[in-house]
Design a protein around this ligand. Structure first.
Ligand SMILES: Nc1ncnc2c1ncn2[C@@H]1O[C@H](COP(=O)(O)OP(=O)(O)OP(=O)(O)O)[C@@H](O)[C@H]1O
Ligand SMILES: [Mg+2]
Length: 587
């Protein structure tokens, strides 16, 4: 047999939460107290049991039990809400020491229950940041001010640096906690981890900024191209006419400088507007071999070089010269980051990016197959404060004359125009790794022979060429060049004039060389009109806009050959030869 008290304890052990009223013997006061302490709802003394007594005790016990049950459910709900809240919630005492943190806050702040219990995690050391997320150390601390004045904290960004080098950005809101007399005895803070969001935002802003600088640079470069084109053609023409050694030397200096200017412009255009160049299947290993040679020949011996490639590397459709330029830029940066020497390595591997990766750190990443080329150095590393800026054009930490700050922005432009992207990881004092992701062609394709064509300039055989450009100096010089190299030339200053000349001489004209941007009738419109006259007309497009856009417009209009301005005589003559020897075309 069990006593009433034993029964009560047993019921509690089964977590039965029903109210229990004990019937106790008369005068056994101690047992009565024990029963109440153990959680009995009430006790009734056997001898004094009346129906009134019993009814009151039962009603009271039931009411009491319901009230407790309500309270318990509320407490349970609050606790579950706290623990499942996607927002971190932290409560502090009046000294700013954390006394409670919900599950999310523990996670974000890497807090342990023990640390909270031992009272050694405070919030008053949290550092405020600027809108970009960089710490400002001399700003008054809003959480401290809240404890002093009660002024709530709204959407303030804090940055926390953890010993494992992790940096977390928090968006915080806080309100004071008041005691019954209205005095501040702590605060409640909500925290939202915005590290990833800020990263994406910054990346987005950066690419927007790059885009606007690119547009601006593209416009300027277009005009500069038109300045350089006649210069280059004149110099090349003069070289064939002036025979004296001294004159030739001067002309060579002039030519190399004009070419250098054209190269600079091309670089600016490449970063801003993309690419103009033939896309051929490239084997990354081949490009890296060329880089290796340059590194061995020109880098200090204290820089150790190593290249590794996974077996069965895919082919990348692209412009070999530009991919070469990207890798060389990255290697030069690596060399500059290791003034006392170190290890420079290039690793190549295939990688399939799935949807999960897509949209993560790189908003512009598309799922698909990539060849990833990683250039790693053991140099100085890049401080966090400038990591955001390194891809900006003209951002450099190098001494004047040592760097223009165009290296990485050019890489960015080239890789973007190839449909790829660049990632980097860097730790100060340890080194950096730049990862270039290039969309790959997974079907096995043999790369074209990259050998440079013979440099002797091909002459024409009295073919008639119609040159169309609104820039008269370019027209005049193109005319002189072509005549010098054995062609006959007709010129037109816009599309309309070209069409009317073509109508008159269509059976004689072998090729039309036309600019794309012209007043009255532009290139694409003229091409359509020319094709209406003769669907097999042979056309070479040219444009100062060294862009994918110029080439695409030309291609859409049915032009298979395209030369960027300013073109070297060599390019114009070789392209003419290619077009003229196209077998399929007949008049
Ligand atoms: N591997 C690296 N290690 C350390 N810092 C780097 C590295 N790569 C780039 N940087 C930093 O990024 C900045 C910008 O690089 P970028 O290549 O765009 O220009 P630059 O090297 O200064 O000049 P340029 O390439 O035009 O000669 C550098 O000045 C340097 O501070
Ligand atoms: Mg550089």
């Amino acid at each position: 047999m069990r006593t009433g008290l034993e029964l009560l304890r047993e019921a509690q052990a089964f977590s039965a939460r029903l109210p229990l009223i004990l019937l106790t013997g008369q005068g056994d006061h101690e047992i009565d107290l024990k029963a109440m302490k153990a959680g009995a709802a009430d006790y009734l003394i056997k001898g004094q049991l009346t129906s009134d007594n019993l009814e009151r005790a039962v009603r009271y016990a039931v009411e009491n039990w319901r009230a407790e049950e309500r309270l318990r459910r509320e407490r349970d709900l609050i606790s579950r809400v706290m623990q499942t809240s996607p927002v971190g919630i932290v409560v502090t005492d009046q000294l700013g020491q954390i006394t409670f943190a919900n599950h999310r806050a523990e996670e974000v702040l890497s807090l342990t229950k023990d640390a909270i219990k031992n009272n050694n995690c405070g919030v008053l050391g949290w550092c405020v940041t600027d809108p970009e997320g960089y710490p400002i150390h001399d700003r008054p601390l809003p959480l401290k001010q809240l404890l002093e004045t009660g002024r709530p904290v709204q959407d303030v960004c804090h940055v926390l640096d953890f010993p494992d080098d992790r940096r977390v950005l928090l968006s915080t809101n806080a309100m004071p906690l008041l005691d019954s007399s209205g005095k501040i005895d702590g605060m409640v803070i909500t925290i939202d981890d915005i590290t990833e969001r800020k990263k994406l935002e910054t990346q987005f802003l950066r690419s927007q900024r790059m885009e606007s600088v690119g547009t601006l640079a593209g416009g300027i470069a277009h005009d500069l191209n038109n300045v350089l084109a006649p210069l280059l053609i004149s110099v090349q023409l003069l070289k064939t006419r002036i025979t004296g050694d001294e004159g030739q030397k001067l002309l060579e200096t002039l030519e190399s400088n004009v070419l250098r200017g054209a190269k600079l412009i091309k670089q600016v255009l490449t970063f801003g507007r993309g690419i103009n160049g033939e896309r051929i299947p490239i084997q990354p290993v081949q490009v890296v071999q060329e880089i290796e040679q340059i590194v061995h020949e020109t880098f200090p011996k204290s820089v150790e070089f190593q290249a590794d490639s996974a077996a069965g590397l895919w082919v990348v459709p692209g412009d070999a010269t530009q991919i070469h330029q990207v890798l060389l830029n990255l290697c030069i940066n690596a060399r500059d980051a290791m003034p006392a020497g170190g290890r420079l390595s290039i690793k190549m591997e295939n990688m399939v990016l799935n949807k999960i990766f897509h949209g993560g750190r790189n908003p512009e990443t598309k799922p698909g197959s990539y060849v990833v080329i990683t250039v790693t150095d053991t140099g100085t590393g890049i401080p966090k404060e400038i990591q955001n800026k390194i891809f900006e054009p003209f951002f450099t930490t190098k001494a004047p004359g040592k760097g223009t700050g165009l290296g990485l922005s050019t890489c960015f432009g080239i890789i973007k125009s190839h449909g790829g992207f660049i990632n980097y990881y860097s730790e100060v004092g340890k080194g950096s790794a730049f990862k270039v992701y290039l969309p790959a062609d997974t079907a096995a394709v043999e790369p074209k022979n990259l050998a440079v064509e013979s440099s002797t300039l091909p002459y024409g055989h009295d073919e008639l060429v119609l040159v169309v450009d609104d820039e008269v100096p370019i027209l005049t010089l193109a005319e002189a060049t072509l005549q010098h190299f054995g062609y006959r030339v007709l010129t037109a200053v816009n599309g309309a004039e070209a069409v009317s000349i073509y109508k008159k001489h269509q059976h004689e004209i072998a090729v039309v060389v036309t600019d794309m941007k012209m007043p009255v009738m532009d290139g694409p419109a003229a091409i359509i009109a020319l094709k209406a006259i003769n669907p097999k007309v042979r056309i070479i497009g040219m444009s100062g806009f060294n862009s994918q856009g110029g080439m695409t417009t030309a291609k859409n209009a049915g032009v298979d050959y395209f030369i960027p301005k300013p073109f070297a005589t060599e390019v114009l003559l070789h392209t003419l030869q290619k077009v003229l020897h196209q077998k399929a075309v007949t008049h």
